[in-house]
Write a protein of this length. Sequence first.
Length: 200
Amino acid sequence: MKISKIAQLCKKRQTVAMFATEAGLWVGDGSSMYLLPEFCDISADGLALAFGISAQNEKIRFYRLEDMEKSYDLHDLTERGESICEQIDLGLWIGEDKIRPYKTEAGILFLKASRLAPLKEELENGEVYLRYETNGQPYFAVKCGMILCAIITPMQMLSEGFMERLEDLRDLCRVQYQNEKAKQLAAETQIKMSEATGED
């Protein structure tokens, strides 16, 4: 787990959320939370020091979650059920953010790539699963082998504007593809004509 990457997410959102369990401390910016077993009894001041953040920094809010387990299943094996998510081999850039689309049993869901950055090593032997909050909302559960190491809220992407941009991109790609195909066909036809007339 890359602590510096978690710190970057927290600094960007100006929020450090914490939730203590027997397995360790869950830490993140609220939209993504990561299990840090080595930080079981750390204080907010100690966590701020580990993150390179001044605990007195008024721009960054530190708070402890009290009911995370009521919404999310934090167990490695869940009785609520989970299913594997299939990453679509096509990335999207929205502003400065790279977005990864996933096929899930709940439909297509989007995950901001920066939220996987702290898990680079874990994902070498890990998978992204779909789980559901107690209110029915889906979320990503990232597991290293059988061990749950992060939970991430899907990014809300779908809107009329987003769909229009996708359609514009599809149309532009279709026109470009047809133009290139026509050029290739014309070149092939020219070669065949040259061969038929014996021209060099």
